[in-house]
Design a protein around this ligand. Structure first.
Ligand code: IMP
Ligand code: MG
Length: 183
């Protein structure tokens, strides 16, 4: 389906996104700067949606950090993710004793992030925090604390800045609402 034929409304422009990412980076810097000598800071980007966000965010965190990625897959049918999540791939060898920040593009039910957080927590890190650019609180079913939220948004489907529809539109620099037929 071609979203270019549908109505497109910018929800957050690239400038608004950049401003908010800078603020989150500053907050993370403040929250983690005191332990910088004691533990390593590992930012884990949950692929693929958080690639643009993570790339911008790490450059706004003014601390030494390591960057890793993970790929998770959720099994089950329907539009809401199941809690049945597998880590398909991760780039780190160990997270033992590290302060970990999980970075995601959008948190909807929260099932995926919750399951990933639980799996990462079993790997012996000192701490695990969650950072999501977009949050749809109205759709939350999982009980999960998200330490860093870019923007709360209503229950509408969005694309751009990493967010896809059917794996397309991740490259768009602004975040846009879309109306999807049949939804
Ligand atoms: P959750 O486990 O229900 O929180 O699912 C979160 C995942 O659903 C995100 O990482 C996205 O892949 C996808 N998702 C949820 N809402 C949207 C949206 O509005 N646009 C694009 N992807 C979305
Ligand atoms: Mg995703």
């Amino acid at each position: 389906m071609d979203i270019s034929q549908k109505s497109k409304n910018i929800l957050f422009s690239r400038e608004e996104i950049a401003k908010r990412v800078k603020e989150i980076g500053a907050q993370i810097t403040k929250d983690y700067e005191e332990r910088v000598e004691e533990r390593r800071l590992v930012v884990v980007s949950i692929l693929k949606g958080s690639i643009p966000f993570t790339a911008d965010l790490i450059r706004e965190i003014k601390l030494p950090l390591q960057l890793d990625v993970l790929v998770a897959s959720s099994y089950g049918s329907g539009t809401v993710s199941s809690g049945n999540v597998q880590l398909e791939y991760f780039s780190f060898r160990t997270l033992e004793g590290a302060d970990v920040i999980l970075v995601d593009d959008i948190t909807d039910s929260g099932n995926t992030l919750k399951a990933i957080k639980e799996k990462i927590s079993e790997m012996g890190p000192h701490s695990v925090a969650c950072c999501t650019l977009l949050n749809k609180p109205a759709r939350r079913t999982a009980d999960i604390n998200i330490e860093y939220v870019g923007f709360d948004i209503p229950d509408q489907f969005v694309i751009g800045y990493g967010l896809d529809f059917d794996q397309y539109y991740r490259e768009l620099p602004d975040i846009t609402y879309v109306e999807i037929e049949g939804e």
